[in-house]
Write a protein that binds this ligand. Structure first.
Ligand code: F3S
Length: 64
């Protein structure tokens, strides 16, 4: 599974970084970034990343 943040959709609410700080951090632009090297989600972390996906109010986190 791969994860990315749609910066155009992100409103900077910070939920993803709160729910799953291992994968998401807030950038200087006040929007979320996937942490460097974390674009590919480890199998064991998929549940946590999906929680962040579900927690985003504007569905800005994409997984594939
Ligand atoms: Fe942005 Fe959604 Fe995270 S609005 S800060 S991607 S929870």
């Amino acid at each position: 599974m791969k994860v990315s943040v749609d910066k155009n959709a992100c409103i900077g609410c910070g939920a993803c970084a709160a729910i799953c700080p291992e994968y998401f951090e807030m950038g200087n632009d006040t929007k979320a970034d996937v942490k460097k090297g974390k674009e590919k989600v480890a199998k064991a972390d998929e549940k946590k990343v999906k929680e962040a996906v579900d927690g985003c109010p504007v569905n800005a986190i994409k997984v594939q």
